[in-house]
Write a protein of this length. Structure first.
Length: 179
């Protein structure tokens, strides 16, 4: 199973993200744009994982300690890798809740590493992917978003292709509560 830990969004938040994505889509010639139901923030990527490790993963996620919090997404940009562009909306590192999001990420990475999982050690870049392999004929400038997101749950997600469509399915979740 191909697995990752994510923050998923409400339908209202997805509508706001899709407005920004539509700007990108209208300025691009082509691209592989994220489907509404797949919009998320990746906190930890586990990759191909045997089913025998699921109980351990559940325990690690359950041990994450955080209160509900809010962050703001207020920037856009793109990563370029092998001459392919991945466009995103980025989290405001100055949001009052950003340190909590970063702490959740660090807790996950640390616990997964301690349990022998291969984890990504690059700096955490909280973003929502709008589209991959975006092609355009000129410079793309998107309006600065102001999307406020309340986060009170993290999810273990399975990534698979169903009838040729990339599909993410939650297989475990952890709700945050105020201590």
């Amino acid at each position: 199973m191909r697995l990752f830990i994510a923050v998923n969004f409400s339908e209202e938040t997805k509508k706001q993200i899709l407005l920004v994505q539509e700007q990108l889509r209208s300025r691009a010639i082509a691209g592989n744009f994220s489907r509404s139901e797949n919009l998320h923030i990746t906190l930890a990527f586990l990759g191909e994982t045997p089913e025998s490790r699921l109980e351990n993963i559940f325990r690690i996620i359950d041990a994450v300690d955080a209160p509900p919090f809010e962050i703001c997404f207020n920037s856009t940009g793109c990563f370029v890798h092998s001459r392919k562009e991945l466009w995103w909306i980025g989290a405001d590192r100055n949001s009052p809740g950003f340190p909590v999001l970063h702490s959740v990420h660090r807790q996950l990475i640390s616990r997964f590493a301690d349990a022998g999982f291969a984890v990504d050690t690059r700096p955490f870049n909280a973003h929502i992917t709008l589209g991959r392999e975006v092609k355009h004929s000129g410079k793309i400038i998107l309006d600065k978003p102001d999307i406020r997101v309340k986060i009170s749950r993290i999810s273990l997600m399975k990534s698979e292709r169903l009838r040729g469509v990339l599909t993410y399915t939650e297989i475990f979740g952890k709700d945050f509560s105020i201590s």
